[in-house]
Design a protein around this ligand. Structure first.
Ligand code: 5GP
Ligand code: ZN
Length: 109
C-alpha cells in the first residue's frame, strides 16, 4: 500500500531506525518514544488493525517475534510492556498493525 506509512518503512522507501528484520516482520524505534525503549514491531504484510488479523499463524508469529526482539535484541530482561491500539477508539493512529514494545523503566499502570 503506497499510501501507508508503515508499508513505506517496510519497503525501505522511508527511513526508520531498525532494530530487527526478517522475511515476515520488522521492528524499529518509535519516533516519539514514550519509554526509554520504545519499539514498534510490524508485519511486512499490510494488515490495517488487530481486528483484521484473522490468520492464527500470523498472530502467533508476531508474538514470537515480540519475545525475541524484547529479550534477545533489546535486552529487556527486567520486563517490558506490549501494547496494541485498535481503531480510533483504542488510540490507533497508523492503520498498519503494529505492536508497541515499551521498557527500560518500571512501567506505571
Ligand atoms: P498508534 O497510536 O497508531 O498505536 O501508534 C503509532 C505510533 O507510530 C506512535 O507511537 C508514533 O509515535 C509512531 N510513529 C508515527 N509516525 C512515525 C514515523 O514516521 N516513524 C516512526 N519510527 N514512528 C512513527
Ligand atoms: Zn501498510
Amino acid at each position: 500500500m503506497s499510501d501507508c506509512l508503515f508499508c513505506r518503512i517496510a519497503s525501505g522507501e522511508l527511513p526508520a531506525e531498525l532494530v530487527y528484520e526478517d522475511d515476515d516482520v520488522l521492528a524499529f524505534r518509535d519516533i516519539h518514544p514514550k519509554a526509554p525503549t520504545h519499539v514498534l514491531l510490524i508485519p511486512r504484510r499490510h494488515v490495517p488493525t488487530l481486528a483484521d488479523a484473522e490468520d492464527p499463524a500470523l498472530l502467533a508469529l508476531l508474538m514470537q517475534r515480540v519475545q525475541y526482539v524484547a529479550d534477545e535484541v533489546l535486552g529487556l530482561a527486567a520486563g517490558y510492556r506490549v501494547v496494541i491500539n485498535v481503531r480510533e477508539g483504542g488510540g490507533q493512529e497508523v492503520f498498519h498493525l503494529h505492536i508497541h514494545i515499551l521498557g527500560g523503566k518500571k512501567m506505571p499502570f
